[in-house]
Design a protein around this ligand. Structure first.
Ligand code: FMN
Length: 324
């Protein structure tokens, strides 16, 4: 079980195009996150094969001898997130993911992307509580009991009250916990995120609820905790925009860092030399370093953005930062 219902946890959110395997490995080496979730893996025409998972989820084909399957290279659990609308295809796919080594399946009922929603996946399902239950149940029923099944929902498609029924259905289907992003699909990413409904749901269910949305700082976490009474939180964009904040959140929750192999030190401010070292060890390509810098700018202006924005390679970016 990667989530102990009684012990506070911080979870690294799935973010398509951001938290790929390299980023999962890197951010979990901070020791700030109890587990992480893959970017969504879409199941549409046919069930995906075991081979597909071996090919596309590096944690299921560890290169390092001492790395367990379905854990990042530093030893933090990775759940596989599936997205789709067909219970049988999702169940078959979940079984293949398990056969490939997955220790847990997370089901996506929140993605707002129009192409995904047009094809009967993600947030569209929030309009059909019985389908949420059917999907969770089909996946739960096909997997051995030790493989966890969880669900990630938004408050609703356009009606935030939908979370009451949808969360109940996810629980009835057999989800061991749910994560709730405190906004509807229609609200997209417009601030604020609404935490109070998460708290209401959490009181009404007997499974744990992970609160998510707009938690960027330890003060946000405190406020979210007050409004929800939750002890589990998922951090998305904040993990990149203010990486050190998660350390402060753990301290606030009374949790010491997760024991990881080769822990990394996170820059505490925007010192360019520290970021040069950090980026060098992270090892991502130029586009990823610029993406990360844009996330940093969510919190405060990054004085070196103009210096690196036209750089063509990661080496060039690191060099430019070192010269500042
Ligand atoms: C670029 C991006 C990609 C995302 N991809 C996924 C995804 O693959 N699966 C998912 O469940 N949520 C996805 N999300 C939603 C996040 O997991 C999270 O619920 C949302 O960003 C709110 O949390 P935050 O305010 O801490 O970022 C994505 C969000 C962003 C910004």
């Amino acid at each position: 079980m990667v989530l102990n219902p009684k012990i506070p946890a911080l979870v690294l959110a799935p973010m398509e195009g951001v938290t790929d395997a390299r980023m999962r490995a890197w951010l979990t080496r901070t020791g700030f996150y109890d587990y992480c979730v893959t970017e969504f893996i879409r199941v549409s025409e046919t069930a995906l094969s075991e081979k597909h998972f071996k090919r596309t989820v590096p944690e299921l084909s560890p290169q390092e001898k001492n790395q367990s399957m379905s854990y990042t290279s530093c030893g933090v659990p990775v759940l596989i997130q599936l997205l789709g609308g067909d219970p049988q295809k999702l169940a078959q796919t979940a079984l293949h993911a398990y056969q490939a080594g997955a220790i847990g399946i997370d089901l996506n009922f929140g993605c707002p992307a129009p192409t995904v929603n047009r094809n009967d996946g993600g947030a569209t399902l929030l309009k059909y509580p019985h389908r949420i239950e059917a999907i969770v149940r089909a996946v739960r029923d096909i997997l051995p009991a030790h493989v966890t099944v969880s669900a990630k929902l938004r408050l609703g498609f356009d009606d935030p009250a939908a979370i009451d029924e949808n969360s109940k259905r996810a629980e009835q289907g057999g989800a061991q916990w749910i994560t709730i992003h405190g906004r509807t699909k229609t609200q997209g990413y417009t601030r604020p995120a609404y935490w109070k409904p998460i708290g209401k749901v959490s009181q009404s269910l007997s499974i744990p609820v992970i609160a998510n949305g707009e938690i960027w700082t330890v003060d946000d976490l405190k406020q979210c905790q007050e409004e929800t009474q939750c002890i589990h939180f998922m951090i998305g964009r904040g993990a990149l925009s203010n990486p050190i904040a998660a350390a402060q959140m753990r301290t606030h929750l009374g949790q010491s860092p997760v024991t990881v192999e080769n822990p990394i030190h996170v820059p505490e401010d925007l010192n360019p030399k520290e970021w040069a070292n950090f980026f060098e060890h992270y090892g991502g390509e130029a586009a990823r370093l610029k993406q990360w810098t844009r996330y940093l700018a969510h919190q405060k202006p990054v004085p070196w953005w103009n210096t690196i924005k036209l750089a063509g390679t990661a080496e060039e970016i690191i060099d430019l930062l070192r010269k500042l």
